[in-house]
Design a binder for this molecule. Sequence first.
Ligand SMILES: O=C(O)CCC(=O)C(=O)O
Length: 259
Amino acid sequence: MSDCTTSDSVTTCKRKRNTDNDRSQEDPKVAKCDPVHPHNRSNVKWETIRAENLACDMVAMYGKTEADALLEECEKTLTYNSGQLSKIRVFGKWHSIPRKQVAHGDPGLSYSFSGTTVPAYPWIPLLLRIRDKITDLTGYNFNFVLINRYQDGNDYIGEHKDDEVDLIAGHPIASLSLGQARDFVFRHQDTRGKKASRCVDPVTIELQHGTLLMMKYPTNSYWYHSVPRRKKLTGVRINMTFRKMDPSKCKKIEQHNLS
Ligand SMILES: O=C(O)CCC(=O)C(=O)O
């Protein structure tokens, strides 16, 4: 029986809070993904965010001028999915996603979630530049990027985990934010819904213009994340999550539709 009450992104606990940060339960079936390139981690100031089985690192990847220019270039260059590709199935019903979305990546890749398969359009120079800078900063390679565009604070993404089978298990996800700063809320799986079994404080991070957030293993095995609606915010935000997909697990898409 739960003694947490949950509203939107806030969990209120009546019981003693769980403050144990060191109970990592690594899954022996998940390969340890180490960086594959030499990287410039030491030249920049990383902030570490830790909670039970949550490991994220954050860095100001672009200063304001560069981030402004990138956001403008994104707005001029990117085209987002429409029609069936902009819908997801929730409890058997199709809904338009409350934001815009598109993916780019290596040939043959796609990302399947909530009844939808988003194909990767080919890389474009803008995205290659960003991807390569992230590899330089972190040492990790990425073969796919999912881009979400939030018109204003009415657009949002609901709670979910990035734990789909087509992702390489254990590989970090690199999340770049441009534009309007938004809250990014992590909620531990044990605290959700009617079956909540205990209290673990949610973790909220404000993702600022130009910030890179590295979500590392095992965060996505234990924590849900969301960008909740914030009706008073008026600015556009673009988020790019660079991922490593397993080509053998991606659903096949007709390639001639994607050039
Ligand atoms: O917009 C964001 O910061 C998060 C996007 C996200 O959760 C996702 O792409 O899975």
